[in-house]
Design a protein around this ligand. Sequence first.
Ligand code: PGA
Length: 247
Amino acid sequence: MLIVSNWKAYVEKKEQGKALFEAAKKLGSKGKHTLVLAPSAPQLALLASGNKSKVAFAAQNISVSTGGASTGEITGSTYKDAGASYAIIGHSERRAMGETNEIVAGKVQHSFAQGLIPIVCVGEKERDADAQYLQELRHQIASIFSPLSPKERLGVVLAYEPVWAIGPNAAGVITKHDLEEMVLYIRKVISDFMPGRANEKTTILYGGSVDASNSNELTVTTGVDGLLVGRASTNVSTYSALLNSLS
Ligand code: PGA
């Protein structure tokens, strides 16, 4: 499975970042799962420099800018040069700051052009009895896939992250049954953009309040190919417990 750690702004000290990286290297050495760390930009540069381990790095976000006169922006190409192989795009915490589906789609294209694999976050804000949220999700996915080439479409990693399940104020975690249904629905939506059964190959992650207590249940038989983990990935003991809980 692909296990992506989104450190958000939780990890501010170099020592904490280094300790988490060491834990990932140790736990990842068994080779069972592909481990990806998404630190802040300065920590990514520090940790990824000279990295020879199997642990890979992701940007938490990339700029809409492709370089030049954009003060304070960090381009995908800068992340790539610093050692990232992936970029998280369209996280709900970025969307909440004004990132539209169009901006997200543009960043996904930059990401491919700059040699990064995009991990694109989609997910409904809330659930309604009329299942309008399924349309919201379809729209997010369609706007990501529509502008891409057939080859790029095959390379998208989708992270299904229902917004109501994310962060310390989450309303709860998704049930195993609901997650299984959502993965089927997402693959059906993707199939509109891919010929034949190619949609079955798309890597789909789940994210939202994942920790050692639910990680195994959420990954066995739900059809997901991995996890995008926030809080539980930012502390060595909760991160190790989570990885050890996976079968
Ligand atoms: P959380 O965050 O695990 O802290 O809920 C998940 C995410 O936002 O990717």
